[in-house]
Design a protein around this ligand. Sequence first.
Ligand SMILES: Nc1nc2c(c(=O)[nH]1)N[C@H]1C(S)=C(S)[C@@H](COP(=O)(O)O)O[C@H]1N2
Ligand SMILES: [Mo]
Length: 184
Amino acid sequence: MSRVPPGQAVVPRLQVFTWGQPPVVSAQSWRLALEGLVERPRELSWSEWRALPRRALVADFHCVTGWSRLDNLWEGVLLDTLWELVGLRADARFLLVHCHGGYTTNLPLEALRGEASLLADTLDGRPLPPAHGAPVRLVVPGRYAYKSAKWVRSLELSAADRPGFWESRGYHHAADPWKEERFA
Ligand SMILES: Nc1nc2c(c(=O)[nH]1)N[C@H]1C(S)=C(S)[C@@H](COP(=O)(O)O)O[C@H]1N2
Ligand SMILES: [Mo]
């Protein structure tokens, strides 16, 4: 089996792919809201975020427009770690990710377990560059990269499956690159 999903071409570095004007978010002003169907809604400051247990993840990145960048090294916090902090309610089934600038995306919780996702604040050993979503972005290697939301400001747990920005504009809800789920 190929290392690269069908219809993808490998590029040497991550391209910058942003809808609209990229927002500028300083670490000091940034907060992460954990809200919706959680037992203990919270807002984390940068210093609280940096005190959480951290993980590294090496993963490939596949944009639906056809480029892939292999072996990106990300560091940050597993979503399971955040769920332990706030407690998922029994009816929580989907994550709606809200970003500075208005971008959103949606994922079922079962697609995010363990090392299937990371909220990342470094790329290849350096602080995440602004164009790639600083201070903190989501990384979901098993889905097309429009699920890997940049400039994350809120994680909202929901019972309902509500489409995000690209999901409501013709892109596939599931977005598995190995099945070429590009368009809905
Ligand atoms: N907030 C936000 N996140 C986003 C996007 C965006 O436009 N805004 N674009 C998505 C798309 S389509 C891709 S391919 C990746 C690109 O990530 P990169 O610019 O770090 O390579 O970010 C995803 N996350
Ligand atoms: Mo993309």
